[in-house]
Every structure is written in C-alpha cells, then in structure tokens.
Design a protein around this ligand. Structure first.
Ligand SMILES: NC(=O)c1ccc[n+]([C@@H]2O[C@H](COP(=O)([O-])OP(=O)(O)OC[C@H]3O[C@@H](n4cnc5c(N)ncnc54)[C@H](O)[C@@H]3O)[C@@H](O)[C@H]2O)c1
Ligand SMILES: Nc1ncnc2c1ncn2[C@@H]1O[C@H](COP(=O)(O)OP(=O)(O)OP(=O)(O)O)[C@@H](O)[C@H]1O
Length: 354
C-alpha cells in the first residue's frame, strides 16, 4: 500500500481499545508496516500536532481507536501532514468513526489493497488578534477529566502576519471553534461579522462556528441545522443568546466569521474541537475561515450520513405517521432502493477520490 507507516491514537481508558491496538500492531508486523503509538497524553504534557506526528515518523495513516473525541484527536494530527485517518468505533456515540472493532483487520486490508474511498472533510482554521494561550491559573480548574492542555497555538509560517488581519494560527478544527463564557455568571458580549459585515452584537453563553461535520455536535445541541458533510459551509450558531434573533446562519466557505469581544464583556474561552485553547477578553477577536486543506478520511463504502443520523441520534418517527399506515421503506445502503424510489439511489460521492 502507499502507506508504509501507521500512527495509532488509542483511548487510554478503554481495555477494548488496548485490545484493538494489539490487533493493529500485529497486522502491521505481518505486513511489514511500521506502527507507532501517538499517545498524546501519556507523559502528562501535550505537544503541537506537528511535533506529535514528527515523533511518530510522519505516518501516512492515523488509526484512532476510541470514540468521537479520540477521532477528533487523530484528525488534528492527520490534518497537520495530510495523512489519511481511519476511525475504529469504540466509543459511546461513534458519529465520526468508520468501522466497528470487529472490522479492524478488514479495514487495514482494504487500505493495504487500495480498496478504499477517501472522503474529504472541510476543516476550519483561524486568525486572531493575539496568540491563544490558556492562563496558568486556569489549569487546576480544567484538569478534572479532559487530560493535559494543549500548548499555546503556534503561528502559521506559510501565511502573512501583521496588520489588522491579526495573527494566522496554525490550528485546524474538524468540528467547531467555540467562544464561550468563562465565568458561569458572566455572559459574553460579542460583535459577530460574516464576510466582513456586521451581523449583530450578541450577548450569549457561547457562539460557535461549525463545519458541516460539526453541525451534528455542539451546534446541533444548540438548535443548529444538520448540514451534509458533503457540502462546504461555516455554520454560525449562538448558544442561549439573550435577544430575539437566535437562528443559525450558514455562510459560504469564502465568508469568514469574525467574533470581536466587546468592551464590557466577560472573558471568553476559545475551544477548538472541544479542547480549550485560549482565553480572550474585551478588544480581542478571532476570525474563523475554511482551511485550504481538507481532512482525508478513509471510507470502506458509501458514507450513509442520513442512516447514521437516524441511527446514532435515535430518530423516532412521528406517532401519527406511524399510525397512518405502512412504515416508510428503509433499505440497506448498499442495496437498490425499492421500485418507485429507485431514482433516490445515492449518486457517486463527488467529494470522494480513490
Ligand atoms: N452541549 C453539547 O452538545 C456540547 C458541549 C460542548 C462540546 N460539545 C462538542 O464536543 C465536541 C468534542 O467531542 P468530544 O467527544 O471530545 O467531547 P465529549 O466527550 O464531551 O462529547 C460530546 C458528544 O458529542 C459527540 N460528537 C462529537 N463530535 C460529533 C460530531 N461531529 N457529530 C455528532 N456527534 C459528535 C460525541 O460522541 C459525544 O457524545 C466539540 O467539538 C463540540 O462540538 C458538545
Ligand atoms: N489517550 C488517552 N490517555 C489517557 N486518557 C484518555 C485517553 N483518551 C481518553 N482518555 C480518557 O477518557 C475520557 C473520555 O475521552 P473522550 O470523551 O475523548 O472519549 P471518546 O473517544 O470521545 O469516547 P466516548 O465516545 O466514549 O466519549 C477523557 O476525559 C480521558 O479521561
């Protein structure tokens, strides 16, 4: 296979993840493929994505063994070097992961034999008025279960710095960039700009910018729309805004979202894919952009996004609809739709490339 080095991100708290990791190691040994654990937390100190992947010898494939959080950790690493990422589902929800544990070998065989689809997922990146870092006095509060904090964000070297465009940060988000109140009793007041124009000033618990992938995560919980991961968009969603306009706004990929903390606002935490990355205050701002690079996720078959939505979110049918007759036909994603629904067959995924 084109991939001769695998990096593994394993959920440290799951015996079945450790078991699956042994299977991956054994498969790699049998196929003369180098395999290295990328344990982001083991030594209690986290490193930048580039340092992590360099220490693992720049793997061509990152395999994650855990839940969605583990997949997000792996995606951050894979995105740094354009590696493929394969998620093995050993978590509670498993919205992002591709294969069950029982299919680890089958999945690695498929990658080995080049029998895979590569699905491209939009990522976000950022500019900011200042470097993002977490003040040292916050560490005790935050260390209750999410593991060690990531280091301060570094500045992108391939991008112009300075002027009113702020600092280009070397970060990527697969799900979302979130600005949220730091103190429980102090909302944030923020001017929200889309495509360089003021939308409105918000007072809210949090404001978030999600990718289509992240539209089913925090944005969904806050009432945002479900957006197909096959599209490109920035989904702006407020959380508990104290104002009449509380809708999401879906912006085009070339319409960045700017969030400027207003003069007497409470301080705001900046989280990227659920990881606290910094704290900003009045006068500071962040800009969230579609990243030029996409995440390359391994798919072994068609991505049944809507089936997954129905399944993982436990969607139930309206009682009146159920009472009104025969249930709407549901068929396996790999089979042809029945009779009069044949025209609904999934088209070839335009975002996938062999
Ligand atoms: N109220 C909320 O729902 C809420 C609050 C904070 C953060 N989050 C989300 O958690 C994400 C980080 O995930 P985590 O697993 O490290 O944290 P976590 O363990 O707190 O998980 C949050 C939940 O969201 C699920 N999830 C994560 N990404 C998803 C996606 N793209 N689609 C559907 N479900 C998804 C996870 O499986 C989990 O059940 C953040 O990016 C943010 O979107 C959600
Ligand atoms: N590599 C690791 N090393 C140490 N602890 C870990 C590691 N990965 C996860 N954990 C522990 O597991 C907890 C849950 O992690 P996380 O929510 O990211 O899991 P997940 O992969 O999303 O799985 P789930 O879907 O079940 O939540 C973390 O807060 C941490 O305590």
């Amino acid at each position: 296979m084109a991939v001769d080095r695998v990096g593994m991100v394993v959920h440290g708290g799951r015996p079945e993840a450790a078991e699956a990791a042994r299977t991956v190691r054994a498969w790699c040994a049998e196929h003369a493929v180098a395999c290295k654990d990328i344990d982001v937390w083991n030594d209690g100190e986290r490193r930048s994505a580039r340092q992590e992947v360099a220490a693992a010898g720049d793997p061509g494939l990152v395999v994650t063994l855990g839940g969605d959080g583990t997949f997000l950790r792996g995606a951050r690493l894979a995105a740094a070097i354009d590696a493929l990422v394969l998620g093995v589902d050993l978590g509670r929800v498993g919205f992002l992961t591709e294969v069950p544990m029982t299919m680890v070998r089958t999945a690695l065989d498929a990658v080995h034999d080049d029998r895979l689809d590569v699905e491209q997922r939009m990522l976000l990146t950022m500019r900011a008025s200042c470097r993002l870092e977490v003040p040292s006095d916050i560490e005790a509060l935050m260390s209750y279960g999410r593991g060690p904090l990531l280091p301060p964000t570094s500045v992108r070297s391939d991008c112009e710095t300075g002027g009113e465009w702020g600092i280009p940060l070397d970060v990527t988000a697969l799900n979302d960039v979130v600005l949220e109140k730091l103190a429980r009793d102090r909302q944030i007041s923020v001017g929200v700009y889309i495509a360089g124009r003021l939308l409105a000033s918000y007072s809210a618990d949090a404001l978030l910018v999600a990718t289509p992938t992240g539209s089913t995560a925090y944005s969904f919980a806050a009432g945002g729309p479900v957006v197909s991961p096959g599209t490109e968009a920035l989904v702006f969603t407020p959380v508990a805004p104290h104002m009449t306009f509380n809708r999401s706004v879906v912006a085009a990929p070339d319409e960045p979202v700017g969030l400027r903390v207003l003069e007497r606002s409470g301080r705001a935490a900046v989280s990227i894919d659920g990881q606290l990355r910094g704290v900003i205050g009045p006068g500071d701002w962040i800009g969230v952009y579609a990243a030029p690079r996409k995440l390359r996720a391994v798919r072994l078959g068609p991505m049944d996004f809507y089936g997954r939505l129905r399944d993982r979110m436990n969607l139930t049918d309206a009682p009146a609809a159920v009472a009104d007759g025969t249930p709407a036909p549901l068929w396996p994603v790999r089979s042809a739709p029945p009779g009069d629904l044949a025209h609904l067959a999934m088209p070839d995924d335009p975002t996938a490339s062999g």
